[in-house]
Design a protein around this ligand. Structure first.
Ligand code: SAM
Ligand code: SF4
Ligand code: SF4
Length: 385
């Protein structure tokens, strides 16, 4: 990353937050009707960021020039405790959430994460189902932790890996971390039964696009095709990565390059809200997915909410502001000085989701580039991917 590419950081964490729409009548007004946002999208998926710290400095996410020695990460007292996260997760599950993904920063850096996983694994949906509990990781300490994560109740993992070539990967993570250790983590996750495993590769034109076919080849030939490789279009998240449209390689082009080597056939979507377009190898050796957040926006059925490490609820990856749920977890009702009850917090979540109309990726192409670039956006390492 050159100096020229770095846009100075705007610290979103102190920005003005919208007032919480907490009212007693709010709960009554919406009780009994299905929870849909203003574009009729249900709430199904909650991503919880468990730390804002990371041991990598991927230039598209936490460029070294910004996330340096002087960068002020959140103090521990600002982070939600495991009890607070579990309480939020329980309330979200009661509102329709079926899937919880732990993310960050690097989630495996949060101490004793297995305890949180154990607590979340106990939760049930209103119809008695366990939640689909998963985690996105850079894989750096997965080899050591896979078994304990599985034993605690984690179902599966997604591992990020941007190249097979060691030199390119070391450059992209910018901390000289070797590919072999991430591959060891993927193998350990497979061994522990944390499947189906997904591997995410962010494609940046001119940086790692020549790694597309080697990555496809490697994962077709590994672990019996059990790993599904997904190619993510490089996104304009946050305010620090110096994103440029000419560095985005459209998924259609990625797919053409793979299909030229290994013929592909389309696979239907798993479930509404599925982010990846799935294709199988015609010879039956597994499948690949394409997450086209830039060229084919999938806001139409986006059912995801994101809870930041300090308990701010974001309704979109490109959100400018979060709703401060931590103030409900830790504060008291002005009326009687009592802690907010589960019903109070549930009423807030209900009202917030019903008011949601976010669809940034759909609108991106309609905004003049200067305006899209000027939006104050939260960092991905703060709310998670
Ligand atoms: N540290 C973990 C990891 O890398 O898997 C979890 C957090 S990371 C923010 C979650 C995902 O976001 C990763 O797969 C990462 O590659 C992706 N990501 C980060 N910045 C991105 C960007 N600018 N465009 C597309 N994907 C990005
Ligand atoms: Fe860390 Fe993940 Fe961001 Fe890379 S993408 S800097 S591993 S949080
Ligand atoms: Fe969902 Fe926002 Fe991404 Fe659209 S841009 S898919 S609304 S997170």
């Amino acid at each position: 990353m050159t100096e020229r590419n770095v846009i100075s950081i705007v610290d979103q964490r102190d920005s003005l937050r919208p007032p919480l729409p907490l009212t007693a009548s709010g709960a009554a007004a919406t009780a009994g009707t299905p929870l849909l946002d203003r574009l009729a999208r249900p709430l199904r998926d909650l991503r919880i960021s468990v730390t804002d710290r990371c041991n990598f400095r991927c230039s598209y996410c936490m460029p070294k020039e910004v996330f340096d020695r002087d960068y002020k990460f959140l103090p521990h007292s600002d982070l939600l405790s495991f009890e607070e996260m579990t309480r939020m997760a329980r309330l979200f599950a009661a509102q329709g959430v079926r899937k919880i993904r732990l993310t960050g920063g690097e989630p495996l850096l949060r101490k004793n994460l297995e305890l949180l996983i154990g607590m979340l694994a106990e939760l049930r949906t209103p119809d008695g189902q366990a939640l689909d509990l998963t985690l996105t990781t850079n894989g750096s300490v997965l080899a050591r932790k896979a078994r304990a994560l599985k034993d605690a109740g984690l179902r599966r993992v997604t591992v990020s890996l941007d190249a097979m070539d060691d030199a390119i990967f070391r450059r992209m993570n910018d901390v000289d971390f070797p590919v072999a250790d991430v591959l060891g983590g993927i193998a350990a996750a497979h061994e522990a039964g944390l499947g189906p495993i997904k591997v995410n590769m962010v494609v940046k034109r001119g940086t790692n696009d020549h790694e597309i076919v080697p990555m496809a080849r490697h994962f077709r030939d590994t672990l019996g095709g059990a790993v599904s490789l997904r190619f993510i279009e490089y996104m304009d998240v946050g305010a620090t990565n110096g994103w440029r449209m000419d560095e985005v390689l459209p998924s259609d082009e990625v797919r053409r390059r793979i299909a030229a080597e290994f013929p592909l056939v389309p696979v239907g979507a798993d479930a509404p809200g599925e982010t990846a377009e799935r294709w199988a190898y015609a010879d039956g050796r597994g499948e690949v997915g394409f997450i086209s957040s830039v060229t084919k926006a999938f806001c139409g059925d986006c059912n995801r909410a994101r809870l930041s490490t300090e308990g701010q609820l974001y309704l979109c990856l490109f959100g400018e502001r979060g709703y401060d749920l931590r103030s409900l977890l830790r504060g008291v009702r002005p009326a009687d000085g009592q802690p907010f009850s589960d019903a109070d917090i549930a009423a807030s979540i209900d009202l917030i989701w019903r008011g949601r109309s976010d669809r940034y990726s759909q609108l991106r192409s309609l905004l003049p580039p200067a305006e899209a670039g000027a939006k104050r956006r939260v960092e991905m390492s703060y709310i998670g991917g």
